[in-house]
Structure formats: structure tokens, C-alpha cells
Write a protein that binds this ligand. Structure first.
Ligand SMILES: [Zn+2]
Length: 189
């Protein structure tokens, strides 16, 4: 609740947004801010967690996804400095809302790499991540030429090793040159 007071004091955020962010009702937020609850807390002496404040300042909430508006990695994920190191923005979102993902991957239900909305995220292994990627590739095969998201997926999988241009070409139903061009960024820059 200390963090909540501080964030509100910094401005630019509504009761509704605080309620969403902390997963509580708006009434709970209002009561806390009005000192009807948590009366014993001395707000002034509490340090602001500046990572948290900087993080939420770079999130644009839509009705569906909460989009990261800060820096992006080349592979399309949000990129953010926290605890003194650079890391993926959606992993940080998971860390502050649901706990440290540790060695697990934080995957997107919404297929939107920039999304940091906690309930759009779930944990999986690296193998799950690849399987998820493959499933998405297969789902569009035939209908598809490649799109940006698939290309990002292909680059990521190729970079991890253990798969050839030809394997990828077969899997996505395109010519091997198409894969080579996508990976070398001659296409899909
Ligand atoms: Zn989303």
C-alpha cells in the first residue's frame, strides 16, 4: 500500500488504473488513499520503487493488450532496465504481478510480444516456447506467406540452433531462399 500512495502522489494515474494494476477493487484503492484503511502507514518516509514507476509510465493500456511503448529488442520484445540490468519488459511484468519466472519462459496468450498485461502472460519451458512458435507457424501454413511475427519466430528459432534453413522452409511451406533472406534480413528488415 505504500507503493500505491507514492504512485498516486506522483500523478498521472487514476484510481481505476491503480485498481487494475494491483488487482484490487477501486473501492479498496480509494479507501487506502483516503486513509480509511492502512492508517498506520507513514507515506512520506516510504521510498518509491523507481523501476516500477518507470515501467508503468511506458505502458499504454488498451481494452485488450497493455502495450509496451519503451525500447524494443530486435526480436520485438519490450526491453527495460530493472534491478540494474536490461531484461524483457513482459518478464518484469510477470515478476511484479505473479512472481519471479526463474528459468522459465514467460509466454504470451495474445501473441503480442509487446504486451505486458499480466493476465495475458503464462509460464512455459523453452520447449513450450518453441512448440508455441511451431504451432503458430503451422496454423498459417498454406494460407500464408510469411508475416512479421512468423519471421521473428523463424529468426529466433534459427538463432537457437539445431534447425536448418531447409527444415524451416519445409515447415513453413516456403522456398529455402525465402527463409535465408528472412534470416539474413535481406527481406523483412
Ligand atoms: Zn496481450
Amino acid at each position: 500500500m505504500i507503493a500505491l500512495h507514492n504512485r498516486y502522489a506522483l500523478g498521472g494515474i487514476t484510481h481505476r488504473e491503480l485498481a487494475d494494476e494491483y488487482g484490487v477493487s477501486q473501492i479498496t484503492v480509494q479507501r487506502a488513499l483516503n486513509h480509511q484503511t492502512w492508517k498506520h502507514i507513514q507515506v512520506q518516509c516510504a521510498p518509491v520503487n523507481s523501476d516500477l514507476v518507470r515501467f508503468w509510465a511506458k505502458v499504454s493500456k488498451t481494452e485488450n493488450c497493455w502495450e509496451w511503448t519503451g525500447a524494443l529488442q530486435r526480436n520485438g520484445y519490450g526491453w527495460f532496465r530493472y534491478n540494474g540490468k536490461m531484461g524483457k519488459a513482459h518478464r518484469y511484468s510477470h515478476l511484479i504481478s505473479k512472481g519471479d519466472p526463474g528459468k522459465l519462459c514467460v509466454l504470451h496468450r495474445c501473441d503480442n510480444k509487446r504486451c505486458v498485461r499480466p493476465d495475458h502472460l503464462f509460464l512455459g519451458t523453452v520447449a513450450d516456447n518453441n512448440a508455441d512458435c511451431i504451432k503458430k507457424g503451422r496454423a498459417v501454413k498454406g494460407a500464408a506467406k510469411l508475416n512479421e511475427q512468423i519471421v521473428a519466430c523463424i529468426r529466433e528459432r534459427f538463432a537457437k540452433g539445431g534447425i536448418t534453413w531447409q527444415d524451416l522452409a519445409n515447415e513453413y511451406g516456403v522456398h529455402v531462399t525465402t527463409i535465408q533472406n528472412a534470416i539474413s534480413r535481406r527481406s523483412w528488415k
